[in-house]
Design a protein around this ligand. Structure first.
Ligand code: RRO
Length: 313
């Protein structure tokens, strides 16, 4: 069974990754997960300087989901290189570093510094954090800005450049087309959906910033629709993300057009979900008589003239 796929100059072992912010820098789950069964690890977003993030409470459970307002807490790029990268280099999987920033120059500085170091196989650019005042969504909801960041970063690296898009826009397909034209190799679809949870008795919002990013199975149908829209708009690979708990969920994302998937919230229940999903996709493909998991990509059986998306695109 062929499980892998190629992005630019990198051959990934399989199509299942762990999503940024749900697997730390790999070391938290040391001895818990055999990462050699994953396509790769997307690290927690890194900025130039360390950030403490937002005040607590910053996580709340919601029906079939999780609301977060972490606020880009991270150790900063220098501590990452010194303290985390040496361990990540020892892992038998690919490492994609996620970068977030509050200015175009900061994105360039972080990527430029990381690009010089061994053991990083690609970059995922976060233009879609819902929980910070500067940068974050103010970039990711502006198509020209998103394209500008992409072309500036493209000029700095030969490694795979993946732009992580937000669902909090009207037409995500237009953003995917803009970043493709600016040189992106792939897109990640999608970051969290802006949401809110309220405690009726205390009359308080359940996260300190009032609104946060909603993830988990609650958003899976939204994510499937966004991946489908992007797949109708561009021909670059899509990493599908949003509430994947099982191999069958992952196959649904492949069918609507994702070339690979990322496991996010499920890691907080069981950090080895990605390994289970990767094995499960393989047995599903075998049961279907396939030789290559890639045969599932975009293989949705749908009347193409029926989707309401067609009138938008
Ligand atoms: O750290 C966060 O609050 C966060 C980030 Br950077 C992101 O990209 N998505 C999200 O839901 N939370």
């Amino acid at each position: 069974m062929k499980t892998g796929f190629t992005l630019r100059n990198v051959q990934f072992r399989n199509r299942v990754f762990v999503a940024s912010g749900t697997f730390g820098y790999g070391d938290e789950v040391r001895n818990l997960v055999d990462v050699s069964h994953l396509g790769g690890i997307m690290t927690k977003s890194l900025s130039w300087k360390p950030r403490d993030g937002n005040p607590p409470p910053r996580i709340a459970e919601t029906p079939s989901g999780m609301l977060n307002s972490i606020g880009l807490a991270n150790i900063g790029v220098h501590a990452f290189i010194e303290k985390k990268l040496p361990y990540l280099r020892t892992l038998d999987t690919h490492i994609v570093v996620n970068i977030a920033a509050s200015s175009v120059q900061e994105y360039c500085d972080v990527l430029g510094l990381l690009d010089e170091h061994e053991g990083i196989h690609g970059f995922e650019i976060n233009v879609s954090c819902p929980n910070v005042k500067e940068g974050g969504l103010s970039f990711g909801t502006d198509c020209d800005r998103t394209a500008e960041i992409t072309s500036r970063l493209r000029a700095l690296t030969e490694k795979p450049l993946i732009i992580k898009l937000t669902p909090n826009v009207t037409h995500i397909g237009q953003f995917a087309a803009a970043v493709k034209d600016a040189g992106a190799d792939a897109v990640s679809v999608m970051n969290t959906v802006i949401g809110m949870a309220v405690d009726a008795r205390t009359r308080k919002p359940k996260v300190s910033t009032v609104t946060g990013g909603l993830s988990g199975p609650a958003i899976k149908p939204i994510a499937l629709a966004k991946v489908y829209e992007v797949a109708q708009s561009v021909d670059i690979p899509i990493f599908g993300i949003g509430g994947i708990m099982t191999a069958e969920d992952a196959v649904e994302f492949l069918l609507v057009g994702a070339s690979a998937v990322q496991i996010g919230t499920a890691n907080f229940i069981d950090p080895s979900t990605g390994v289970t999903v990767a094995k499960g996709i393989e047995s599903f493909a075998r049961q279907q008589g396939l030789n290559d998991i890639g045969e599932l990509v975009g293989a949705l059986n749908a009347r193409k003239d029926f989707s309401v998306l067609q009138s938008w695109l």
